[in-house]
Design a protein around this ligand. Structure first.
Ligand code: CA
Length: 223
């Protein structure tokens, strides 16, 4: 899953980036409204962490812009701000934010809210995803097949997570690049193919990730 962090406090940005990458997410950063708008036009994000007080404008407007551009209403938005007045929180939710977190906050709470929003559409609605004998614990960032821990790298975990939220559906290489890798990835790289290859090897015999020629990859619904 790919996140955009819109935040102008450098120390906080660094801490968020490190913690979110460790939790298995691809993370891009924008430090102002203009930068965020640019990235939102080019990339597909699953979730935006949005600071309200930005050097060139107001996070509320950005939130509206995200909602206008997001026809399918699939981008999740968490406002993260030092403004703790009730009317700010109410306005944030009214402008289309899914959640609102007041600074200073505990990082585990932010992570829990991110997980909760990203699984909102998924069946079951817990931090653990299951497809056949595959089990993915998004809170502990651990994956298992038939009870055996797989020991995945963050990118392998990210690919499996993305596929497990769409079992039976074909997911293209471009879509994986968009949602599992960050903006510093060369779009012509073979990193997706290599990562899927390594993931398959760790998943072991009886392939669960099928290649659909010239379209992409598909996780078998019944493993
Ligand atoms: Ca700020």
């Amino acid at each position: 899953m790919r996140l955009l962090v819109v935040e102008d406090e450098e120390d906080l940005v660094d801490a968020l980036r490190v913690g979110l990458v460790r939790a298995g997410y691809a993370v891009d950063v924008a430090c102002d409204v203009a930068g965020a708008e640019e990235k939102l036009q080019v990339n597909s994000y699953d979730l935006v962490l949005l600071d309200l007080n930005l050097p060139d404008g107001d996070g509320f407007e950005l939130c509206r812009a995200v909602r206008r551009a997001d026809d399918g209403q699939t981008v999740r938005i968490i406002m993260v701000t030092a403004r703790d007045r009730l009317d700010d929180r109410v306005r944030g939710l009214d402008e289309g934010a899914d959640d609102y977190l007041v600074k200073p906050f505990a990082f585990p709470e932010l992570l829990a809210r991110v997980r909760a929003l990203l699984r909102r559409d998924a069946a079951g609605g817990t931090a653990v995803l299951e497809v056949g004998d595959l089990r993915l614990d998004t809170a502990r960032v651990e994956a298992f097949r038939a009870g055996r821990q797989l020991g995945l790298t963050p990118k392998e975990f990210g690919v499996l997570h993305y596929l497990m939220t769409r079992p039976g559906h074909v997911v293209s290489t471009e879509e994986l690049l968009e949602h599992v890798w960050d903006e510093h990835t060369d779009p012509f790289t073979n990193t997706v193919r290599v990562t899927v290859g390594n993931l398959r090897r760790k998943l072991g015999a009886e392939g669960v990730i099928e290649t659909v020629i010239s379209r992409g990859y598909r996780l078998k619904e019944r493993v």
